[in-house]
Design a protein around this ligand. Structure first.
Ligand code: FAD
Length: 464
């Protein structure tokens, strides 16, 4: 990868055309203003334009430079922590509604890809939640049983079935989620942007929103060089939302602009901004591929408390990572890559894929995810005139949820009761204030980390 690739926040971005739209300059007015041009913002802009509204999208950089083109590209129906936890927290009826919603989200992504002919290397191969040690088998069995009870497409893969499917030998048991698969997130995100442009959305790149004044029914958004009036605003800033409302963000609000209306949404502390890291190997040679079974090319993520993920790309590299997430006090943005995490991820990759000991890891990168206390997406509306909508906090599984956000928000505005209504008809759990939030994160991270370390030690011992 050349110098341009290394300066971009993910290697996927180096392989797409990154044309920037001109920034917002001067005064403009539209029906709907969307803040943030990742998958949430693009899907909201596209859906609202399709209702006949005039739509402008304001993006601080350009589409994909947030999480949407940095992610690992696993399209999964995962919602909440897992199905057994959903059942415990919400009961059978609500769990069934949440699962129906996430199923609809996957189908929606697949229809976007085909309807807009988005060339994003989508492989509808499903994903496997995999154990690396028998200590995780009970959790896999529980997840498979709960999925079967709720009619989700998929099945339990015992050791023999894992072998028959030629999944990598380090994974001892699995639950196959048949819906979804893997894709190239940058091609997908930029394809969705093209679809939004073709639907008439006006995109302003490099137009960071520094203030929203919602004192009148028509909201006014301020960026460095422009001003945009809109009857309705969609906040699509996901993990960047706390920075939008933080006084210490280093970007003083434009004179006369106000963030207070948006602050009344309570979004500044709606979740935890967590930093996730990934890596990518060189393309596997024919000889390396012949050593690696994995012919079904399913995405894999592990049954750890903090999961590891692995997948093959269209050019047969392995993209993997997650496992060690980091949190900065008061949702502070952290460096994309931490050296110790990078070393740890590479070490674990070597353990899981001993047959690939001669494959180079070429690049590490990272990005922020946003996590609500109940792990569920937050969708709602607020502001002084109830015309500031939001959808965020996808707990690291936003490919499906963010892409479906536009449909859900349009349905909410229309007073509908589609699959997404389960999200706006609930009160999210409040995130504890600092310093409690930091302490809770550190304590949970430590305890869950110890559980995972124990599993990993056992897995390493078994291999020896
Ligand atoms: C490393 C990593 C791996 C992941 N892997 C997966 C995966 O395999 N599968 C999966 O389903 N999900 C995954 N995710 C999560 C997924 O990428 C996100 O949930 C999803 O992209 C969120 O989309 P979004 O549009 O809400 O947010 P983003 O893509 O982050 O978009 C928000 C946008 O808002 C812009 N913005 C911020 N502030 C302002 C402002 N003031 N004015 C204007 N614009 C602003 C930002 O520049 C950004 O472009 C992963 C995430 C990360 C970071």
């Amino acid at each position: 990868m050349g110098a341009r690739g290394d300066s971009l926040p993910s290697p996927w971005l180096a392989e797409v055309e990154l044309d920037y739209a001109p920034p917002l300059v001067g005064d403009h007015s539209v029906d709907v203003a969307v803040v943030g041009g990742g998958l949430t913002g693009l899907s909201a802009a596209l859906e609202m334009a399709q209702t006949g509204a005039s739509v402008a999208l304001l993006e601080a950089e350009t589409s994909g430079l947030g999480a949407s083109a940095r992610n690992a590209g696993h399209l999964t129906p995962t919602i909440g922590k897992d199905v057994p936890t959903l059942l415990r927290l919400f009961g059978a009826d609500k769990t069934a509604r949440l699962l129906a919603y996430s199923d609809a989200a996957i189908l929606h992504v697949e229809s976007l890809i085909s309807q807009h002919a988005i060339a994003c290397d989508y492989e509808a191969v499903g994903n496997v939640v995999a154990a690396v040690d028998p200590a995780q088998h009970r959790a896999i069995d529980r997840a498979a049983a709960a999925a079967a009870d709720n009619g989700l497409p998929g099945c339990l893969l015992d050791g023999a079935e894992m072998g028959r499917r030629r999944l990598p030998a380090s994974f001892t048991r699995g639950f196959f989620e048949a819906n979804g698969g893997v894709l190239d997130p940058a091609r997908y995100c930029r394809g969705l942007r093209q679809a939004a442009l073709e639907a008439g959305v006006v995109v302003f790149d490099q137009s960071r929103v520094a203030g929203i004044d919602d004192s009148r029914p028509t909201a006014v958004l301020h960026s460095e060089r422009g001003r945009l009036e809109a009857d309705r605003v969609v906040l699509a800033t996901n993990a960047y939302t706390p920075a939008l409302f933080s006084r210490g963000s280093g970007r003083p609000p434009v004179s006369g602009a106000r963030l207070s209306g948006a602050r009344s949404l309570g979004l500044g502390s709606s979740g935890l901004r967590l930093q996730v890291q990934l890596f990518r190997t060189a393309p596997l040679s024919d000889s390396q591929l012949s050593r690696l079974p994995w012919t079904g090319r399913e995405g894999i993520y592990t049954a750890h408390e903090a999961l590891e993920s692995y997948r093959l790309t269209a050019d047969n590299r392995i993209v993997g990572g997650a496992k060690w997430v980091r949190y900065g006090f008061n949702n502070r943005a952290l460096a994309d890559v931490n050296g110790r995490v990078a070393e740890g991820l590479e070490r674990v990759f070597r353990q899981r894929f001993p047959e690939l000991d001669d494959v180079a890891v070429e690049r590490h990168w990272g990005g922020p995810i946003f996590l609500a206390m109940d792990f569920l997406p937050r969708v709602g509306r607020g502001g002084r005139h109830g015309n500031i909508l939001h959808s965020l906090a996808y707990a690291g599984h936003g490919l499906a949820h963010a892409s479906y956000a536009g449909k859900v928000l349009v349905d909410m505005m229309d007073g509908g009761d589609g699959p997404g209504s389960v999200l706006w008809q609930r009160n999210g759990l409040p995130t504890p204030p600092e310093p409690l939030r930091w302490l809770v994160f550190q304590a949970l991270n430590r305890v869950l980390g110890l559980v995972d370390e124990r599993v990993d030690r056992r897995a390493a011992k078994r291999r020896r």
